[in-house]
Ligand binder design. Structure first.
Ligand SMILES: [Zn+2]
Length: 291
C-alpha cells in the first residue's frame, strides 16, 4: 500500500516541480543529505535539517524546518521509526510534498527490547556501507522520478558515489581484518552498532550506566563490570560524555580503557563530517582500541 502511495505521489509530482529550477531536497539525516548532494549535483539544493553531531532520536522539527519542508520538492527520511514527527512534516506540506522513507527499502535488524513487547526496528542502518550503497539507488530513483530528463545524470553521479563506497568498504574490511575474530567485541552505551557488527563480524554488548546522563544503580555497574571481565574486553566506547565514576571503576577493576568517541547517530564533526570520514574514524577507532 505504501509503495502504491509513493508511485502515485511521484507520478503526480513532476508537474508541480518547475523545470530549470533545482529540486529542493529536505533531508532529515546528514547521511541522506550527503547522498542527495552527490547524486543530485547541480540539479538539487539540499537542506540538512538535523545537524551533524546532534541527536536524531530527540530531534523535533522547528517552525523553520516545517516552512522549508512546505516548499520542498522531496523529503528524505532515515525511517525505521527514527522520525516520529513524520506526521508533522506531512501536515506542514498539506501532503503535497513526496516523503521518501529511504530506510523502509533497506533490510532491518531489530532492537533488543522487552522480549514480550513489540519488535522495534533498529534505525541505525547507515553503519552498513552496503546499506548506504542501496540507499544511494533509492535516492537516485526518487530524484529521477521528479526529474526524468536528468535520469542519466543521476545514474552517472550515483555510480561515481557508489564506486567511492566500494573503495571505502574495501578499506574497512581490510582494517577490520587486522583484528582477530575473538577481539571483535563492542561495548557501547547506546545500542547503535548492530548493522556495523553484522557487516564486520563483531559481537555487541550494550550496557546501561556508562554515560554521564545516566545514574546507574550499583547492580547495573556490577553487570557492566561482569560483562567486561567475562568477555575480556579491552576497550569500551561511548558516544557522549562518560560517567566519570563508572569509568573509574571500569579502568580500576577490569583494565579496559575508554576507546575513543564514535559517531553513531549520523555524520560527525571534523574529519567525520563526510560519510567516508565517519566510517574511517569509527572503524579506525574501534580496531586500534581493541587490538
Ligand atoms: Zn542512535
Amino acid at each position: 500500500m505504501r509503495t502504491l502511495a509513493y508511485c502515485l505521489v511521484f507520478f503526480l509530482m513532476p508537474c508541480l516541480v518547475r523545470a530549470g529550477e533545482p529540486l529542493r531536497v529536505s533531508a532529515f539525516s546528514s547521511v541522506l543529505a550527503e547522498i542527495a548532494v552527490r547524486v543530485g549535483g547541480a540539479e538539487v539544493v539540499v537542506k540538512s535539517h538535523v545537524p551533524a553531531g546532534s541527536d536524531p532520536h530527540d530531534y523535533e522539527p522547528k517552525p523553520s524546518d516545517l516552512k522549508t519542508v512546505a516548499q520542498a520538492s522531496l523529503v528524505l527520511l532515515s525511517a525505521k521509526h527514527l522520525e516520529g514527527y513524520v506526521g508533522k512534516l506531512q501536515e506542514a506540506s498539506g501532503g503535497k510534498v513526496p516523503v521518501l522513507e529511504v530506510g523502509a527499502q533497506l533490510p532491518s535488524l531489530w532492537m533488543r527490547e522487552d522480549p514480550k513487547g513489540p519488535r522495534i526496528e533498529d534505525p541505525h542502518w547507515w553503519h552498513s556501507v552496503e546499506n548506504v550503497r542501496k540507499a544511494t539507488k533509492v535516492v537516485r530513483d526518487g530524484l529521477a522520478a521528479l526529474r526524468p530528463g536528468k535520469k542519466e545524470l543521476f545514474e552517472t553521479n550515483a555510480e561515481a558515489y557508489g564506486a567511492e563506497l566500494a573503495e571505502l568498504q574495501r578499506w574497512a574490511k581490510n582494517k577490520v581484518a587486522e583484528l582477530p575474530r575473538d577481539k571483535r567485541k563492542l561495548v557501547t552505551s547506546h545500542d547503535a552498532l548492530q548493522y556495523f557488527a553484522k557487516e564486520y563480524g563483531f559481537k555487541v554488548y550494550p550496557v546501561a550506566g556508562l554515560t554521564a546522563s545516566e545514574q546507574p544503580s550499583s547492580r547495573q555497574v556490577a553487570e557492566v563490570l561482569k560483562t567486561l571481565k567475562e568477555q575480556r574486553v579491552k576497550a569500551v566506547f561511548a558516544e557522549d560524555t562518560v560517567n566519570p565514576k563508572v569509568l573509574q571503576q571500569i579502568t580500576a577493576e577490569t583494565g579496559a580503557i575508554l576507546g575513543g568517541q564514535l559517531w553513531v547517530d549520523g555524520l560527525g564533526l571534523g574529519v567525520a563530517g563526510t560519510y567516508a570520514g565517519m566510517v574511517r574514524h569509527n572503524v579506525g577507532t574501534i580496531v586500534d582500541a581493541l587490538r
